[in-house]
Design a protein around this ligand. Sequence first.
Ligand code: F3S
Length: 402
Amino acid sequence: MNLTKEEQKMLDGEYGEGVQKAMEIIVALGKIYGAENLVEVASVQVAGVSYKNLGDAGIEFLEEWASKGAKVKVPTTLNPAGMDLDDWKSIGFAEEFADKQLEVIKAFSKMGIPPTCTCTPYLAGNIPKFGDHIAWAESSAVSFANSVIGARTNREGGPSAIAAAVTGRTANFGYHLDENRVATFKIIVEADMKDTSDFGALGYWTGKQLRNKVPFFVGIKHATTDCLKSLGAASAASGGIALYHIENITAEARAKAMLSDDHETVTFTDKEKRDVFEAIGFSESEIDLVVFGCPHASLEEVRTIAERVKGKKLKAMLWITTSKQVKSMAERMGLVKDIEDAGGYIIADMCAVVAPVKSFGFKNIAVNSGKYAWYLPNQGFNVRFGSTEKCIEAAITGRWEP
Ligand code: F3S
């Protein structure tokens, strides 16, 4: 592999052990995937933040790396944690968990990584430009950056993203190269696509059909940013899709031809959409918890929900997971009060998949997100997947109506 003089110095340990370890990881990955060189990255998103997943071994690993002088040299943001970093107590998280979670955040801070704790860094200030090389972990954010913005990243793991942040480099393979960004599947979308959950269902179905290939969607006339993040998150979860194109909508598809001449074609109709929603379910109709915000809710999503539940007394618990920025703005707008008066919470910094949700005693959960619908059943919860409106109704009535 060709390294510049600067990169070779990092590898030789001239900038200290922490940087050397990071460069060793980058070079090792590059060799495995046949990269010819490294590229400079404009930004990094680090995942693997919840204490529920990291455990004490993870904290030790991070602290040791930080103590060897590993400091980030490019703008770097952090994925969600297992709780709201500020309001964990009032929401009901256990003190032992909170102490450990805050230790994790401290270790990342030592490396110079701010506790942004969101899976939508692109809504919170980490916004790459078209064509930028970046190194992002968090599959939904990877999908958004590659597909909607037209930046270039592979699906980084926790350590490889930190290594990229510390060296400012990543190995030049996979989605950094033009030839791997061309779609090999055309998906004709005939279904009625309105709600974010429709896009979640399309993503869920596409990931299952294509595994990790690149799809090119045609037939989608309009898609909000919230719909695009929902589509990418679900297809990344059910199949490992890191890049998609939508005719006339996503960045590269608007700039040039992104569908291979030699492609296969499949069609997504209302039947396929209905099948996805109906395949996820269970026999009881009681709902204990309704969770929105996967990926983290935008202010618009928070506003829609708050307006619907204002003045009501919810029968099921309602959680909206989002970034600290969105929660702060929602607070200023009185939306946090509206949600809390109804009996729910807006939870900043957290993802329900990596939070200790079982410790709250919830069993039956309703979601409008294809990604939550993919992961939460695997954690032993009974899950219903449906439209935003249906989920709001479930929060109000405590029931899932057919
Ligand atoms: Fe974000 Fe967690 Fe969903 S990281 S995309 S809220 S599964």
